[in-house]
Design a protein around this ligand. Structure first.
Ligand SMILES: Cc1ncc(COP(=O)(O)O)c(C=O)c1O
Length: 382
């Protein structure tokens, strides 16, 4: 028996470990409040659901990798309204099956080891998918830490020059999972400039761009020179559509051409009825405003309880996450274990990268009522 050595070398996907512990606690009769994984449980807007149903009769055949023109136009329209950028729906947008698969496979499309472009830079702590995708593509991965002293932004001066010259992709993810930090446009400008100087791509995963509390965060598409910038976004978080699997990649024509060439082999084009529902989702902001209000309420409830406990919240600017400092004397896994005894599931920061030790991540996914009940349990720990 043999499996890919990359697969064999991987630790269990962290959330599988959390799931196991959760099941054991539930079996012991303790009610579970699951703040572990960032899977929104808010209902998808009825308008979007209806659009999916209405589109069912029209579908036939395999969906095409380039996606429906209507969907590409809806995405371009949204990018224009939201960020004030003009992106050509004909050549600069490719719809994706959610954004995970596109993030995972991106290294396969642009890493060129023969040319010495063998390296992928990923920030940590972080979403594990860009790194795993790079490893399966045979690339070399270099971690760029996100430290609180730098506002959870990468210290670009600390990145090795040799690594930069070998880099094919530099992944950024803001608003950031798990630190909840937002990047200023200057960060994108600086990395885009480095990308042009060293001939790599800035790949910006903007899955949480719409879950903000004070001001809408910028997009890497807003930099002055987009030559080396590729943006990934999704309806999963914005429109509570994780189960639909619908996102897009936007970037320079040559990258999109490469994706259009690569993707038919993989077969990850979203189904036509999902694409038609997505047209409605990108075209409507009211449901997104409502979702933000609900996340804002949950955030207030949890922030109040954490404050009462005397636990410091290190990050809560945007996303559906709170990044909470672990009280002295405990590891992030120990704190998560202690909270689980009370039914409260959180993600230990150490599961998300070495620099995540010292923090736990709370995903604001239970209902407002459940957040209130969990907050009462948390206050009781004081
Ligand atoms: C940072 C980040 N990027 C991308 C995704 C992928 O989301 P989807 O594949 O549902 O679009 C997630 C999901 O949790 C995420 O946390």
């Amino acid at each position: 028996m043999h499996v890919s050595p990359v697969l064999a070398a991987q630790a269990t996907y962290p959330f599988v470990r959390i799931e196991q512990a959760k099941r054991e606690t539930a079996a012991a009769g303790i009610e579970i409040f699951d703040f572990g994984q960032g899977d929104p449980r808010e209902p998808t807007d009825p308008l979007i659901r209806q659009a999916l149903v209405d589109a069912l009769g029209e579908t036939r055949g395999y969906p095409k990798a380039e996606g429906l023109p209507e969907l590409r136009e809806a995405v371009a329209g949204w990018l224009e309204r939201r960020f004030g950028v003009a992106v050509d729906p004909g050549s600069e947008i490719v719809p994706t099956y959610g954004s995970k698969e596109a993030i995972f496979s991106f290294a396969q499309v642009v890493v060129d080891r023969d040319l010495g472009k063998d390296t992928v830079l990923v920030t940590e702590p972080g979403y594990p998918v860009p790194e795993r995708g790079a490893l399966f593509a045979g690339a070399r991965v270099v971690h760029v830490p996100l430290l609180e002293e730098n506002g959870f932004l990468p210290d670009l001066d600390a990145v090795d020059q040799n690594d930069l010259s070998r880099t094919a992709i530099f992944w950024l993810n803001y608003p950031n999972n798990p630190t909840a930090a937002v990047a200023p446009l200057e960060l994108y400008e600086r990395v885009a400039e480095l990308a042009r100087a060293h001939d790599f791509l800035l790949a910006s995963d903007e899955a949480y761009s719409e879950l903000w509390f004070t001001e809408p965060p910028p997009s890497a598409l807003q930099v002055a020179d987009r030559t080396n910038v590729v943006v990934f976004n999704t309806l999963s978080k914005r429109s509570s559509m994780t189960g639909y699997r619908s996102g897009f990649v936007a970037g320079p024509r040559w990258v999109m051409d490469a994706l259009r060439q690569y993707r038919p082999t993989v077969g990850t084009a979203p189904q036509e009825f999902v694409q038609r529902a997505s047209v409605v989702a990108w075209g409507d902001e009211e449901h997104v405003t409502r979702a933000r209000e609900v996340y804002g309420r949950k955030r207030e409830v949890l922030l109040g309880a954490l404050d009462a406990l005397g636990w410091r919240v290190a990050g809560s600017e945007a996303t559906m996450y709170l990044w909470v400092e672990v009280p002295a004397g405990e590891s992030s896994e120990e704190l998560a274990g202690r909270l689980l005894e009370h039914g409260i599931v959180v993600a230990p920061g150490a599961y998300l990268g070495a620099s995540g030790e010292g923090y736990v991540r709370i995903a604001l996914v239970p209902t407002v009522e459940d957040c209130e009940r969990a907050a009462a349990i948390l206050r009781g720990l004081a």
